[in-house]
Write a protein that binds this ligand. Structure first.
Ligand code: ADP
Ligand code: MG
Length: 224
């Protein structure tokens, strides 16, 4: 009986999700169709229409790419891995983008952290999503502090930014599919990240102070 209940819950969650995706993808598609019709009627403005169309195509691509992480098209293998190695990778990857936005990525990692059991590709995606959000929260620049240490027998990571922060009553919305406050956001990054952290037996939480900044904390079990 418990299984059946879980199944029906899963099916209704899936239905909601499908409805959300359909809606998000229908909007840009409707726009694209409209512009195609305009272009057929008015070839003089075609350049402008092409620009808008290309933006809408990019948006569909972004949504599909973020969802594909969740669909796990790649082989997910959990192996012994080091979070500091993954974090260093991510810092290297995003350093240029940070600097272009007047942002410094400052890290402090405890030496000799124990390995965790992980899919490093997926965890990397989580850390990228979090640091990107931090960068996007600081339009005027600032610092992002990234730490990794051992706390209560778990590997604990923190990502602290000095950005705009999140209102208390919005904290619980983060991670809901398509919840975004950004004009070009998809609202999928944190949903995907929560899922991945969960599949690693870990927890992720947000603390934030409006106008002060946001801290994302992730705890992951160490490899037995
Ligand atoms: P997106 O980045 O596409 O908006 P996410 O799922 O990554 O989607 O984030 C959802 C929302 O959570 C963001 O639109 C933003 O409002 C909020 N958020 C996430 N991280 C931060 C942060 N570090 N500072 C402020 N707001 C944040
Ligand atoms: Mg994001």
């Amino acid at each position: 009986a418990e299984n059946l209940l879980r199944k029906s819950e899963m099916l209704s969650a899936l239905g909601e999700m499908a409805a959300g995706i359909a809606h998000e993808i229908r909007n840009p598609l409707t726009a694209l169709k409209g512009f195609l019709q305009l272009m057929q009627a008015d070839s003089a403005s075609n350049q402008q229409y092409l620009g808008i169309m290309s933006n809408e195509f990019n948006r569909i691509e972004l949504i599909i790419n973020e969802l594909l992480v969740l669909a796990r098209p790649h082989a997910v293998t959990f192996e012994a891995g080091s979070v500091t190695t993954i974090l260093k990778d991510v810092i290297m990857l995003l350093e240029t983008q940070a600097i272009m936005n007047n942002i410094q990525l400052i890290h402090s990692f405890e030496l000799e952290l124990p390995d965790i059991e992980c899919c490093d590709k997926e965890l990397k995606q989580v850390f990228i999503n979090i640091v990107r959000n931090a960068i996007e929260a600081m339009p005027d620049g600032g610092n992002i502090y990234i730490s990794a240490g051992l706390v209560n027998e778990k590997v604990e990571l923190t990502f602290r930014d000095e950005g705009k922060g999140i209102p208390k009553d919005r904290l619980e919305k983060i991670g809901e599919p398509f919840y975004t406050t950004k004009e070009k956001g998809t609202g999928l990054g944190m949903m995907v990240s929560y899922r991945i952290v969960q599949s690693h037996q870990g927890v992720m939480k947000f603390d934030s102070e409006l106008g002060e900044g946001t801290t994302v904390t992730i705890q992951l079990p160490i490899k037995q």
